[in-house]
Design a protein around this ligand. Structure first.
Ligand code: BGC
Length: 522
């Protein structure tokens, strides 16, 4: 009798927990919004994003000069995996195939960057490389032929090494002249077809990682150099924008903007000082780039806390900076907790002037702010994107904005190709962040485009090839690209009536002429 009763209780328990599971699913599904293409404006740009050094490879081909990353990645110990991007995705040779993949996804825009050292192997101290020009001309023409808008970044972390060696790269004001020279060549040679230019990718992250943390070339660790570098980057942007606006914009009809790295912050404790830390982190890191380009000077918050330590713009410089962007690009991957370091102690070595004397962490009392991802500082917090867009909208009078990067990494697991291809987590990530963006747009934000980072797995800087951000899986032995589940999801999201076949997302073998007019198989 006792045993029967026990069985009955166990079975009843199981039935109850099954019921509560079903109920939980129904409840959670009823909260889940279905995200659809038609929740975004018809003319909205939906694309994928890459950068030159992370994908192109062919570092010694076609007359290209060496870049800072070629040199840095070959220094033992700089890249966690000991890898480099000498070949990367070999996009230099496979770009036609890659454009076909984009086309099959149904995207209408592609964000990529131009390798400065491919156009000017020695900066302005040498000749323009005609093979480099031909290569990017071919990318642009082939994109347009398939109805894909080129969205071009001039500088995505890769500098001709010559400029580093000659005068210390971004630490010297001489870089402004070089960047203007490079930018003008690009406007002149490509601007008849390129309508979206971003001068620099993430000057804030680059100054931070390359000059404060020593993680990116030239690998320096200084408290004040990041300010000098940011200052020179902003003035370099202003130079490029001046050249574009005065000589090209009117006849070419394009626009120029900049891309800033953003994380959203939440106060670590529900205390005034940590709430203040949130505002300060945003003011220093995000507005430290955008205020000068929109209002002509650094944010009052930076001036207040740094006084004479903050570099100054001359009256002329400030005039050139003021209003020098047509749009704001934001790269967004995560939210973090922010803790004040001015009025309360922070972990040693974690209070930096460049970051507004704010310590940021993904954890509060051991609990993560959102689901952790393989990138230690990236957590899944979809609402963070809506909040970030709201911050930009409010502070910059609803300036046209693009989400130029958003995505999630998978940790490479040798022998786990099938697992990596079934990237449900990425699909959920994209759904969540797109729903958050749609809410921001419904609330009036003038957001005009969204780019997934990344089209395909690529060289993830200091992490080497260990972090896979792609919609397409890349086999680094054969260089074969295979669509992941997320590629199919993005295709279906963009083109709801697409066939259900996975094969559509594979390259159809054909013979095409490459930019040298040579017939090749893709
Ligand atoms: C960069 C990309 C990078 C991505 C993921 C962004 O900061 O612009 O180059 O791959 O983050 O870490």
């Amino acid at each position: 009798m006792g045993t029967i009763r026990t069985h009955y209780l166990i079975r009843r328990g199981r039935v109850l927990s099954l019921l509560s599971l079903i109920l939980a699913c129904i409840v959670s599904n009823s909260h889940e919004e279905t995200i659809r293409r038609n929740q975004f404006p018809v003319e909205f740009l939906f694309g994928t994003s890459t950068s030159a050094y992370q994908t192109e490879g062919a570092i010694l081909e076609g007359g290209r000069g060496l870049s800072n990353w070629d040199v840095f990645s070959h220094v033992p110990g700089k890249i966690e995996t000991g890898e480099n991007a000498d070949t990367a995705d070999d996009h230099y040779h496979l770009y036609l195939q890659d454009i076909d993949l984009m086309h099959s996804l149904g995207i209408n825009a592609y964000r990529f960057s131009i390798s400065w050292a491919r156009i000017l192997p020695r900066g302005r101290f040498g000749d323009v490389n005609p093979t480099g020009i031909a290569f990017y001309n071919s990318i642009i023409d082939n994109l347009l032929r398939r109805g894909i808008e080129p969205f071009v970044t001039l500088y995505h972390h890769d500098l001709p090494q010559e400029l580093e060696d000659r005068y210390g790269g971004w630490l010297s004001p001489l870089i402004q002249e070089d960047f203007g020279y490079f930018a003008e060549i690009c406007f002149r040679r490509f601007g008849d077809r390129v309508k979206y230019w971003s001068s620099l990718n993430e000057p804030n992250l680059y100054a931070h990682f390359a000059y404060l943390r020593g993680m990116y070339p030239p690998g320096r660790r200084s408290e004040m150099e990041p300010f000098t570098v940011l200052h020179n980057m902003l003035l370099s942007h202003a130079r490029a924008a001046y050249l574009y606006r005065s000589r090209y914009q009117q006849k070419q009809g394009g626009s120029i903007g900049i891309v800033v790295n953003t994380a959203m912050y939440e106060p670590l404790r529900d205390e005034a000082v940590d709430r203040e830390a949130v505002s300060r982190a945003l003011a220093f890191y995000v507005s430290g780039v955008l205020d000068p380009l929109i209002h002509g000077d650094y944010p009052p918050e930076m001036r207040h806390h740094l006084g004479a330590r903050l570099p100054k713009f001359s009256v002329e410089e400030s005039k050139a900076l003021n209003g020098s962007i047509d749009f704001i690009g934001i790269n967004h991957y995560s939210s973090l907790y922010a803790k004040d370091c001015i009025n309360s102690p922070c972990p040693t070595g974690e209070s930096h002037a460049f970051l507004g004397f704010v310590y940021t962490t993904g954890f509060r009392d051991g609990v993560a702010i959102g689901e952790p991802t393989p990138m230690p500082r990236f957590f899944i917090v979809p609402d963070g994107l809506e909040k970030m867009v709201e911050y930009i909208k409010t502070r910059y009078n609803n300036k046209p904005t693009f989400v130029t990067e958003n995505g999630i990494a998978q940790l490479d697991q040798p022998g786990q190709r099938e697992v990596l291809l079934h990237d449900n987590k990425r699909v959920e990530f994209l759904k969540g962040y797109l729903a958050s963006l749609a809410r921001a747009i419904r609330n009036g934000a003038d957001v005009r485009g969204y780019f997934v980072w990344s089209l395909m797995d690529n060289f993830e800087w200091t992490n080497g090839f260990r972090m896979r951000f792609g919609l397409y899986y890349v086999d680094y032995q054969t260089l074969e690209r295979t669509p992941k589940l997320s590629a199919k999801w993005y295709r279906d999201f963009l083109t709801p009536n697409a066939t259900d076949e996975y094969d559509d997302l594979l390259v159809k073998r054909s013979r095409v002429a490459n930019w040298r007019g040579v017939e090749v198989d893709i």
